[in-house]
Design a protein around this ligand. Structure first.
Ligand SMILES: C[S@@+](CC[C@H](N)C(=O)[O-])C[C@H]1O[C@@H](n2cnc3c(N)ncnc32)[C@H](O)[C@@H]1O
Ligand SMILES: O=C(O)C(=O)C[C@]1(C(=O)O)C=C[C@@H](O)C=C1
Length: 243
């Protein structure tokens, strides 16, 4: 089966709305994220490995902002702890509709439930693994601390959070170099100047970036005892934190 190619921003828009995880995006999402995020496949693969190491028996493994379930599937394929369940949550109806069928198509012993919901309004069950793979950047900045606190409060001692985020650098010259290198990465993957600039403008109001230091500090403030950045390419990062 061929993956539908992302051409959402290929034609000029007279009125460019805010980026949304709607039907159009859900349809091309695997192609979009692979051509937009350097190391996405490596991060998803490693999320599976980390989950396999940290999942505890009889606990929940959460994938928050699960989209089409790439990380959910990595949890399903790597969990060896008995009595666990995996819960994927996403607020986008278009994503959730496609996600359950995608995850069910693959073998794995741990039951998976995909729910449409707001991760800010979720009542979390005792959990040992929580994945936020490029989701926190779409949550309003003033609500990020509260969300991480809710997660931390539900997490078992020794539990694992993986937080992958696009970040900004406080130093503007370095930040610009990293942004330019990311745009080169997109060009190399076939995106045009128009596609790059229109997507950038569409994301401006909805994807607000923190620095890596802000993320690390917030994780410490919300009760994670160990915080370790394990991946970085340009402005794309992934960090794991242990409760
Ligand atoms: C970049 S995508 C995540 C990619 C996915 N985690 C993966 O590994 O392929 C961000 C997702 O977060 C979801 N999202 C944004 N705000 C949310 C919220 N408040 N509650 C639940 N999901 C949310 C979006 O609908 C979108 O599917
Ligand atoms: O395309 C970009 O420029 C991005 O910042 C990448 C990014 C992300 O980081 O989540 C933005 C939106 C889409 O979900 C896919 C990828």
């Amino acid at each position: 089966m061929t993956v539908p190619r992302d051409a959402i921003y290929a034609q000029p828009y007279s009125e460019l709305g805010d980026f949304a995880f709607d039907e159009k995006v859900a349809e091309v999402f695997p192609d979009m994220i692979n051509r937009s995020v350097p190391g996405y496949a490596t991060m998803v693969h490693t999320i599976g490995r980390l989950a396999g190491r940290f999942a505890q028996p009889d606990s929940v493994l959460y994938d928050l902002g699960c989209s089409l379930g790439a990380s959910t599937l990595a949890l399903k394929q790597n969990n060896k702890a008995p009595g666990c369940s995996i819960i994927g949550i996403d607020s986008s109806a278009a994503m959730v509709e496609r996600c359950q069928a995608h995850v069910d198509a693959f073998r794995g012993d741990t039951p998976v439930h995909i729910e449409q919901g707001d991760i800010l309004q979720t009542k979390y069950k005792p959990c040992s693994v929580v994945i936020l793979n490029f989701t926190l950047q779409f949550i309003a900045p003033e609500k990020r601390q509260q969300l991480l606190q809710q997660i931390s409060d539900a997490m078992l001692p020794g539990g694992l959070l993986v937080l992958s985020e696009k970040v900004r650098e406080p130093e503007t010259v370095c930040d610009q170099v990293l942004v330019d290198l990311h745009h080169d990465f997109k060009r190399d993957n076939g995106y045009s100047e128009l596609e790059i600039s229109q997507k950038r403008a569409a994301l401006e109001n909805v994807m607000r970036l923190d620095t890596l230091q802000q993320h690390q500090q917030r994780l410490q403030e919300t009760g994670f005892s160990q915080v370790q950045n394990w991946y970085r390419c340009f402005n794309f990062t992934s960090t794991f934190a242990i409760k």
